[in-house]
Design a binder for this molecule. Structure first.
Ligand code: C2O
Length: 568
């Protein structure tokens, strides 16, 4: 396996002081705030539950409302008034919606007092790859006992397994509105909240497990779907139908030995396992390396108070692929219009495998930082955004993103397993020399269009102005769809035969996808792909036009345009 250091063609483009997020609009241009602080600087102090100095920066509104068990004073820091993180209005949980519109009450039991929490672990436990455990192992006994105990708790206990799944539901299917903006729903997917929210969610879920089995060395497993050894449903989750780790609502066609397809969508044909493994590794390389060069690429776009998530275009590369597809591959499609448990957000966390899936997503975050030399966001609106969870004592606690950035402070690390995709880059298809691109119409003649069949357009490349080497970005503009529906389409560049194009071909740029949500109906998103390196690979650096092909894989969406632009 290649060492990580020779797999980072772009590490020099990172700068910890300059946030690459600055290209993103802020709703209120008068409150521009540049955070030059590193993660631990520039924060007023307040006492935390742990008694230590909590690096919590408070929003003025919090001080006025005074929620929580702490009394806060001396917070007259100017920047505080400028910070506008998107926050959930936790006091006002409303009925969420299933994608078919049926109301579902995911609201947690009523709470009166919320305490701030800052972790300060003194020991480290290791989250291990799930495939290494069988149902005979001691680990399985502990883990399944913990989950069974969670399932046995009273439904009025917020640590109850279904209540925990409901925490996820409330945070993503319209259970909360935005604090201070009651007309806007709050959402923890499709933006820079995605990685940290799920990290905190797992943290407390793990704590609850530890507490129920009285073993604070217990750590959740991770589903290592990015390596061949982990590309099936791990045995623990599938061996015994009476196991609390088993879920009947998984796709019966995808039980072992079926190999996961990290670009899966309903209707895809099965390919031989070794091919699928090869494709998966290339997909990981594309998503983690070719397409995740900036913080916005990786984490998703900023989400601040007043932002409307339905127009934000916010999901990061990993959240879309493989995250979404692992969900839809695992969830059942008994009724394809109403996939359940893993396939839909409101019920996803009812399948115990959800937590192993997200432990791997969380591990991927650590890989992006450590092996690929990415950096965490330093924007104060990200650092100070908070969430509320239930701890192992069933008490509500408020936690901030800035306090989850170091997993060792949270008391865990990941087993060091091989990362075979680090050198699995996609390769161009062999092509006849001198073959020219087929002709296709100009985007202006085609868009807007309902994507109900394959569409080819020839897109002009803009002329570079000035010095430097800006990155060329292909933008699919104004993707309009109903958030309750499953959406996927694939995007290819300079490919004249998409049926013969595989995910390990450079010509396959990736996909756009949406997992069904119970949110309000209409979404308008953009999707961007980095193409400088891709065109170089394809030997098309000097072309003045490229062929772009969109292939629908789900019910149709409307697309309003395609263009290429430069990002510095
Ligand atoms: Cu909150 Cu994998 O979803």
């Amino acid at each position: 396996m290649a060492s990580a250091s020779n797999c980072i063609p772009y590490s020099s483009s990172f700068s910890s002081n300059k946030s690459p997020l600055s290209d993103n609009r802020r709703k209120n241009p008068t409150v521009k705030f540049t955070c030059k602080a590193k993660n631990n600087e520039q924060r007023p102090e307040t006492t935390s539950k742990n008694g230590g100095n909590s690096p919590v920066k408070l929003d003025r509104r919090d001080v006025l409302v005074g929620i929580g068990g702490l009394y806060r004073t001396s917070l007259a820091v100017n920047s505080m008034n400028l910070a506008k993180p998107a926050l959930p209005d936790f006091k006002d949980c409303i009925e969420a919606r299933q994608p078919n519109g049926t109301p579902i009450n995911c609201c947690p039991p009523a709470i009166d007092k919320i305490e701030d929490y800052v972790p300060s672990a003194t020991t480290i436990r290791t989250r291990m790859a799930a495939q290494s455990f069988t149902v005979d192992s001691d680990y399985y006994k502990k883990y399944s006992t913990a989950i069974q105990k969670m399932k046995n708790l009273s439904l009025t206990d917020p640590r109850n397994f279904l209540q925990q799944a409901n925490v996820h539901c409330a945070y993503c299917d319209g259970g909360y509105t935005q604090k201070g903006n009651p007309n806007l729903l709050y959402e923890i997917h499709y933006s820079w909240l995605f990685f940290p929210w799920h990290r905190w969610f797992l943290y407390f879920f793990e704590k609850i497990c530890q507490n129920l089995i009285d073993d604070d060395t217990f750590a959740l497993p991770f589903w290592n779907w990015d390596a061949p050894e982990g590309m099936q449903i791990p045995p623990m989750y599938n061996s015994v139908v009476t196991s609390p780790l088993y879920d009947f609502l998984r796709n019966p066609d995808h039980l072992p030995p079926s190999v996961i397809n990290l670009e899966w969508c309903n209707g895809d044909t099965t390919v031989p396992p070794n091919d699928q493994i090869k494709y998966n590794l290339a997909i990981m390389y594309t998503q983690m390396i070719t397409q995740s060069k900036t913080q916005t690429d990786f984490f998703g776009s900023p989400y601040r108070a007043g932002d409307d998530i339905t127009t934000l275009s916010g999901a990061g590369q990993i959240e879309q692929t493989p995250h979404n597809h692992v969900h839809s591959w695992t969830g059942t499609t008994v009724d394809p219009s109403n996939p359940i448990n893993m396939g839909v957000f409101y019920s996803a966390a009812r399948d115990p495998i959800f937590y192993a899936h997200h432990a791997n997503i969380d591990r991927i975050w650590t890989i992006w930082l450590n092996q690929l030399k990415g950096t965490n966001i330093t924007d104060v609106d990200w650092l100070t955004a908070y969430f509320i969870f239930y701890n192992e004592e069933a008490k509500p606690v408020r936690v901030r993103i800035q306090d989850c950035l170091d997993p060792t402070k949270l008391g865990y690390t990941y087993e060091d397993v091989p990362i075979p995709w680090l050198d699995a880059s996609a390769k161009p298809k062999p092509r006849a020399k001198g073959k020219t691109l087929p002709s296709a119409p100009d985007p202006a003649q085609v868009f807007p269009v309902i994507l109900d069949k394959t569409i080819n357009v020839i897109v002009k490349r803009p002329k570079k102005s000035g010095s430097g080497s800006p990155e060329e970005i292909l933008v699919i503009e104004g993707i309009e769809y109903d958030k309750r529906s499953y959406v996927k389409f694939n995007v290819y560049i300079n490919e004249d035969d998409v049926n013969a194009c595989r995910p390990d071909n450079t010509e396959f740029l990736g996909s756009f996808s949406n997992l069904p949500h119970g949110h309000r109906m209409n979404v308008k998103a953009n999707k961007k792909f980095r193409i400088s390196e891709v065109l170089e690979e394809l030997g098309a650096r000097d072309y003045d036009k490229v062929l772009v092909t969109l292939v629908p894989k789900s019910s149709p969406v409307q697309i309003n345009g395609i263009k290429i632009e430069f990002h510095s």
